[in-house]
Design a protein around this ligand. Structure first.
Ligand code: DGL
Length: 285
């Protein structure tokens, strides 16, 4: 692959929809001088209920679209894609550096909760992959890890239903059986293993016990990106604020209306460009 290490190139960030904006938020705060190009593959959302092969194909094509435009690093801001497609993306797009969300999130959880049980709420696809359990146990072999599927919460987040009694009831209904399994007085961590879930954090906080630390790992991903940029001499040295470009594969109006609730700077005007992506198979899948 013809890969130019031009530091002024944008960092590519992709997710199935708006969830990756929670990661973009952290990236923009930590790396204000970098340019970013964000792709929400909204035409194919949700990824979390699709098969592993389908998610690999979608992730390959979304990444290829960004790489063909010219990026210096790719952030897979989607746990589902990171859990099943990271190796394919690293292999097929080498030498473009690729950062997924699973490893930094697992590390941050272990730092914030040095001992005690860890519950991971994520999509069905992420849970099936057991990527979090494997990554956590590699570093902390005796840890109790429970991965819990909550794909429905992605739909709530994309719908803009982020708070209120109905949302809390749904979350309570989904998390009560998980809490019954974790029913002990020890301090525990609840890792938000889907980039859509941070917008539901306050509602989640209301329904879980007070002994639980909620881990929103967006900043750990931003730290991993900064470390890789530094290691590869790819940090943009410009002193002005970077540019942000948004791409979606469907639903411009919805992205504009709901997307701003995923960003800290709510007043930011989102003007996404509609793009179409060909779905072809990755070279070796
Ligand atoms: N935001 C994605 C994640 O982190 C999943 C959403 C979806 O199901 O497409 O897993």
């Amino acid at each position: 692959m013809n890969f130019k290490t031009d530091t002024t190139l944008p960092i590519g960030v992709f997710d199935s929809g708006m969830g990756g904006l929670t990661v973009l938020n952290a990236l923009m705060q930590l790396l204000p001088n970098e340019n970013f190009i964000y792709l929400g593959d909204t035409a194919r959302l949700p990824y979390g209920t699709k098969s592993k092969d389908t998610v690999i194909h979608y992730s390959y094509n979304a990444s290829k679209h960004l790489i063909d435009r010219g990026i210096k690093l790719l952030v897979v801001a989607c746990n589902t894609a990171s859990s099943v497609a990271l190796e394919t993306l690293e292999r097929d797009f080498y030498p473009v550096p690729v950062i997924g969300v699973i490893q930094p999130s697992a590390e941050m959880t272990l730092t914030q909760l040095p001992e005690g049980p860890i519950a991971v709420i994520a999509t069905e696809g992420t849970v099936k992959s057991r990527a979090y359990t494997q990554t956590i146990l590699k570093q902390s072999p005796n840890r109790e890890v429970i991965e819990w599927p909550c794909s429905l919460l992605v739909a709530l987040a994309e719908e803009g239903w982020h708070s209120g009694p109905l949302v809390e009831d749904i979350i309570e209904h989904m998390l009560t059986p998980l809490w019954q399994q974790l029913d002990n007085p020890a301090q525990k961590a609840l890792l938000l293993g889907c980039t859509h879930f941070p917008v539901l954090k306050s509602a989640i906080q209301k329904v879980i016990d007070q002994n639980t630390i909620i881990i929103d790992s967006a900043f750990s991903v931003a730290d991993a990106v900064l470390a890789r940029l530094t290691a590869n001499n790819l940090v943009n040295q410009q002193s002005t604020c970077g540019k942000i470009q948004y791409l979606v594969t469907d639903g411009i109006e919805r992205f504009q209306r709901v997307g701003k609730f995923f960003l800290d700077s709510r007043n930011q005007v989102l003007s996404p460009e509609l793009v179409s992506i060909n779905i072809i198979k990755s070279t070796q899948t």
